[in-house]
Design a protein around this ligand. Structure first.
Ligand SMILES: [Zn+2]
Ligand SMILES: [Zn+2]
Length: 154
């Protein structure tokens, strides 16, 4: 199964910068140590925020085990649900989504999250490389692959 994006209605340079700024702000809500804090903003038509998520504990698990712990502890013991999965969980139900649904993520997602984004109906992904460069890719299959959005240039 694959999906095809139609049109290129939103300015990716402009909205990528704006939404990544928002995602970076949301990432500070995570109780994982700095450098391990990540967030995902889901935006309809690439521009209208419909949900946010950050890496954090499971529902009912009031406290993250990483709170106040060093980065190495988090790397080895983190039980946080990834930001992408939390953002998908926070999406309103029964809402007609204006496409493309774009996920803005503060880092390159893992395979499991990429698949979750695909399964959740996300059309396009924008993530920040470690040097801060933004990359837009299509989410056209459940397999992690970074196919640049056609027509998108820095
Ligand atoms: Zn952690
Ligand atoms: Zn992940």
């Amino acid at each position: 199964m694959s999906r095809v994006l139609q049109g290129d209605r939103f300015n990716r340079t402009k909205w990528g910068g704006r939404m990544m700024g928002l995602a970076r702000q949301v990432s500070t809500w995570s109780s994982c140590p700095p450098g391990r804090q990540h967030a995902c903003v889901l935006a309809e038509d690439g521009r209208f925020v419909i949900s946010t998520g950050y890496n954090g504990p499971l529902p009912g698990d009031s406290k993250c085990h990483c709170t106040g712990m060093p980065t190495e502890y988090c790397k080895a013991n983190c039980k946080a649900v990834h930001a992408e999965v939390n953002a998908l969980r926070n999406m309103p139900q029964g809402h007609m989504i204006s496409r493309p649904l774009v996920a803005y993520v503060t880092k390159r997602p893992c395979q499991a999250c990429f698949q979750a984004l695909f399964d959740g109906g996300v059309d396009e992904l924008c993530f920040a490389e470690t040097d801060g460069t933004l990359v837009f890719v299509l989410v056209a299959s459940p397999h992690l692959q970074f196919t640049p959005t056609p027509g998108w240039k820095e």
